[in-house]
Design a binder for this molecule. Structure first.
Ligand SMILES: C[S@@+](CC[C@H](N)C(=O)[O-])C[C@H]1O[C@@H](n2cnc3c(N)ncnc32)[C@H](O)[C@@H]1O
Length: 394
């Protein structure tokens, strides 16, 4: 159930509030054009990606302490350093391999990976970034020029997935940023949750689910072996399969590492999760009302990793591993990276150790975040899955 979180959330400053009003006005016009309502996925698409307006498309700080949320590369360079060791393993098995990162955020992960590969003397010729937000592309470019002037020439931005990518693909918290549909089960059918105008704001309203959403819910229920209970509300990511399929088409040989907070389908649609997995992030406060702070808060939904695996298999990839982030890091070279701390001054060692705890403790990012690796061709099993591979739980 939604409740009004506005009283407990920080107030946006005046420019943010004005910006939010512009985004809300744009969406109200879209709702009018569409005849009175938008599907939740359409609303989320506009709120996050409307050109020049949406959360990821406009200029506010999103990542890190001054933004709305932190991601693993924002928490610590150790995340990228361990991932770089996994990239090195793949690149050793692939001739002329490159790295392709989807949705590179601030650019920090690219910096940490390139720095580490330079240290390990395993730099690829190219590090490509595919980023839907023009504003973020510009920020990433400025950041990498400033932070890594000697390696920045390796980095280029693509406007579409490459045709024959060999090497590594990385996506950290991209799947959770794809717009989701929301649905509600009733005793007699399935409702699609749609967004309508409500005075100056928005409200959610149910309408009979269109055929594709109905079939998607029925397919999930068949897989679960029973109907979801009446009143059960949750999400489905309609773009996820297409996104994975495009990735599969691109990957000629190598591995894709997809990180996100998510779980297996059985847990995703467990009876006790009857409110779904949509989350909103504003100034480090997490809440569940997507209809406020339009365009200035992040909207995200946890990932059903069975859906990722199914789309991957459909696209001819195999699942090379699936584990919690903590196990991925432990198996993937965390210890070796931590040995590098020993030469640093004590305050830096303590700071990095604290960051490692945030990345690995189960109550922090260690358990909720998962990594799924997808493979095409002759590439060895990533060492990161040598401990705690959970592929068999899917
Ligand atoms: C939650 S942020 C994560 C940013 C970064 N990977 C990190 O971990 O800090 C989601 C990112 O994915 C990008 N994005 C969303 N949909 C995308 C898509 N279809 N292709 C590429 N990037 C996408 C967003 O613009 C944003 O940069």
């Amino acid at each position: 159930m939604q409740h009004d979180e506005r009283s407990t959330l920080p107030q946006p400053d005046a420019p943010s509030a004005e910006h939010s009003e512009r985004v809300a006005g744009f969406i109200r016009a879209c709702i009018a054009d569409a005849g009175g309502s938008l599907s939740f996925a359409e609303f989320m698409q506009h709120a996050l990606y409307a050109p020049g307006l949406g959360y990821y498309a406009a200029g506010s700080t999103k990542f890190g302490a001054g933004g709305d949320f932190v991601t693993a590369p924002e928490v610590s360079p150790v995340f990228g350093r361990v991932l770089a060791r996994q990239c090195a393993e793949v690149l050793a098995d692939v001739t002329n391999g490159a790295i392709l990162e989807y949705g590179a955020g601030s650019g920090k992960l690219a910096r940490d990976i390139l720095e580490t590969l330079a240290r390990l003397d395993t730099l690829p010729d190219r590090y490509e970034i595919l980023e839907v937000s023009a504003d973020l592309q510009e920020r990433q470019s400025r950041y990498l020029q400033a932070e890594l002037p000697e390696l920045a020439s390796l980095v280029s931005w693509l406007d579409r997935p490459p045709e024959n990518h060999k090497g590594v693909i990385i996506a950290n918290e991209v799947l959770d940023a794809l717009p989701v549909e929301r649905f509600k089960r009733s005793a007699h059918g399935v409702k699609q949750l749609r967004v309508e105008v409500d005075g100056d704001g928005f409200r959610m309203a149910g309408a009979p689910a269109p055929e594709n959403l109905l079939q998607a819910v029925l397919a999930i229920e068949e897989d679960l072996g029973g109907r979801l209970p009446p009143g059960y509300t949750s999400e489905i990511s309609p773009r996820l399969a297409g996104w994975v399929s495009t990735l599969a088409d691109s990957l000629q040989q190598g591995l894709a590492f997809l990180f996100d907070y998510g779980i297996a389908r059985r847990e995703y649609y467990a009876d006790e999760r009857s409110g779904g997995w949509l989350r909103c992030h504003f100034r480090h406060h997490v809440h569940d009302n997507p209809l406020i702070l339009t365009g200035i808060q992040d909207l995200t939904a946890w990932v059903d990793f069975n859906a990722v695996a199914e789309a991957a298999l459909q696209g001819g990839l195999d699942v090379a591993g699936y584990s919690a982030q903590a196990q991925f890091l432990l198996g993937g070279g965390l210890e070796a990276e931590m040995r590098e701390f020993e030469t640093l001054p004590l305050p830096s060692q303590l700071e990095l150790s604290g960051q490692v705890k945030t990345l690995t403790l189960p109550g922090e990012m260690g358990e909720h975040f998962k990594c799924m690796a997808l493979r095409r061709g002759d590439v060895r099993n990533p060492s990161a899955f040598s401990v705690g591979d959970r592929t068999h739980t899917l």
